[in-house]
Ligand binder design. Structure first.
Ligand SMILES: [Zn+2]
Length: 166
């Protein structure tokens, strides 16, 4: 008996031909050790083909989380590059101006400073609900997107009922 031939497959996401076992290995390694955006394995993270090959259920939230990870929580624009896993480059620069109270003209960035405030939101993961607070956001959606980007399961958001900001 000879060893069975490796079953090959075409991966459209990564434009390559590889063995099914290799595909499953890449998917598993992308789950265990999250690749950076510029790594080839980055395309494997949310791939259903890889999950199926590895015989693992794909978390229902993976695709949504991956989609949110490319969105800036503050301006909600798609951003290829995020700084500190928090801002797009533009928002990071504006936020820094607000932190040091000085824009490129040497003045406090009044427009952004007027918008920044604290927000609280109740986050429920189905098992427990916790109230989270962010000190410096422009709106409620910013704090929601922040949490959606880091979700490991389905989340629901609501305004906390009996919690007082302070
Ligand atoms: Zn932004």
């Amino acid at each position: 008996m000879t060893a069975p031939a490796l079953e090959m497959m075409r991966c459209d996401k990564r434009s390559m031909t590889l063995s099914k076992a290799g595909c499953a290995r890449l998917w598993l390694s992308a789950q265990e050790d999250r690749p950076k955006e510029w790594e080839g394995r980055f395309a494997c993270i949310g791939c259903r083909v890889g999950a199926m090959g590895a015989g693992k259920p794909m978390p229902v939230t993976t695709e949504a989380v991956e989609a949110w990870r490319n969105v800036c929580p503050r301006c909600r624009r798609p951003a290829q590059r995020m700084i500190g896993n928090r801002f797009c480059v533009s928002c990071w620069n504006r936020n820094r101006e607000a932190t040091v109270m000085k824009n490129s003209k040497g003045n406090p960035p009044q427009v952004l400073l007027a918008r920044l405030h604290s927000e609280i939101v109740a986050v429920s993961d189905g098992a427990a609900t916790r109230v989270v607070r962010e000190e410096s956001v422009v709106d409620l959606a910013e704090i929601i997107v922040l949490h959606a980007r880091a979700a490991t399961g389905a989340l629901a958001f609501s305004r906390p009922a009996a919690v007082h900001a302070g």
